[in-house]
Design a protein around this ligand. Sequence first.
Ligand SMILES: [Fe+2]
Length: 277
Amino acid sequence: MITSSLDNRRLDGMVDLHGHMLPGIDDGARNLEQALNMARLAVADGIVISVLTPHHLNGVYTNPAKQVREHCAALRRALREHGIPLDVRPGAECHLVPELPAALAKGTALTIADRKRSVLVELPVHTVPLGATSILEDILAMGLQPVIAHPERNGELIEGSEKLTEWIEMGCLAQVTAQSCTGRFGPQVQEAARRMVRAGLIHVMASDAHRDRRRVPALRSARETVAQWTSPEIATLLTEDFPRALVDGQPVDIQRLRHTLPARRDGWANWLRRLRA
Ligand SMILES: [Fe+2]
């Protein structure tokens, strides 16, 4: 057990819910050596659990559950042999396509940590597809909670959070990418991330790591950014408590987020700006 430098609570370490560390099966780690380097970086950053989420059903990569479980077991063995203390769990980044609910029902698409409670879903880069809400409703009706991957990087959601708000009210969760918060994907994405985090629309921060350089498995510096945007307690919920609940197959208590969010000052700032105009 370690002590958080941010809010002095005793914690078990950070949980990274989204990353492409499994070697050779998507656009993530190219080989085992790179995967092991990524795992070392994760441990050095304070991450204790990584959910391995290769792309699935995105039109380029298909990674069915059975195959991901086998690859995850092989990486777990390699981590043990190399003395790297990272706990890895199987998962998938499932593209939000009409076939997804059926794939989840059949068990060919993996849920988060294979718990059959929540599923990481990815939107296209530029738009929100017409049937997105109805696919999310179908997944919710199956008793699974969709976690929307990096909404701050979707062109349509950058323009406004209305659809994301609707999905959260339906019962979905959302995951922001660490490097979006620190500005790697540009000021527009960073501003969208800030807006969503401060509005309480984000429940998890994850690395979405692809490599052992640049897009690396690290959360700590973005966690400090989120702490500045909101509070150290929120940063801890997003990197420890909530992702750990999902990995354990437990419900995420979103009321804790709502109660912990600092009072919004934007309304007053806008009012003052209008008064001065
Ligand atoms: Fe990803």
